[in-house]
Design a protein around this ligand. Structure first.
Ligand SMILES: [Zn+2]
Length: 127
């Protein structure tokens, strides 16, 4: 029986042992996975963090009892809101562009005013 020669995906050395092994050891596995995913995972995590923080800020400003509330761009910026980061946009019937961070959204009014809204229930098809 001829032993199959396999090489480590990380360091390229010949692997001995089970034929389904892809790496010589855990160290090589980690090095490989980190190189593959590390940077992009880090980037994704930081974006997710900003999106969730934006959502949390909108959630704090808009009381549960209300559907919309007005604030200013500056107040949001002061709280650390990052306008560059949103999960999606939506045009309403009047052609206004809403920016959403998950179920919380806003659109820009005149004079640096911002209207914060909460996504209505049962409108998932619009997302
Ligand atoms: Zn290796």
């Amino acid at each position: 029986m001829i032993a199959e020669t396999r090489t480590c995906l990380s360091c390229g050395k010949t692997i001995r042992g089970r034929t389904d092994k892809k790496f010589c050891n855990d160290n090589c596995r980690n090095t490989y996975n980190n190189a593959l995913n590390g940077n992009s995972n880090k980037y994704i995590r930081s974006i997710n963090y900003l999106l969730r923080r934006n959502r949390r800020l909108l959630e704090k400003i808009l009381p549960v009892s209300k559907h919309t509330i007005k604030t200013t761009r500056q107040k949001l910026l002061n709280k650390g809101f990052r306008f560059r980061y949103f999960t999606h946009t939506q045009l309403n019937a009047k052609g206004k562009l809403y920016y959403f961070c998950y179920e919380y959204g806003y659109f820009l009014l005149e004079k640096e005013q911002v209207l914060i809204v909460r996504r209505k229930e049962n409108t998932e098809e619009e997302l």
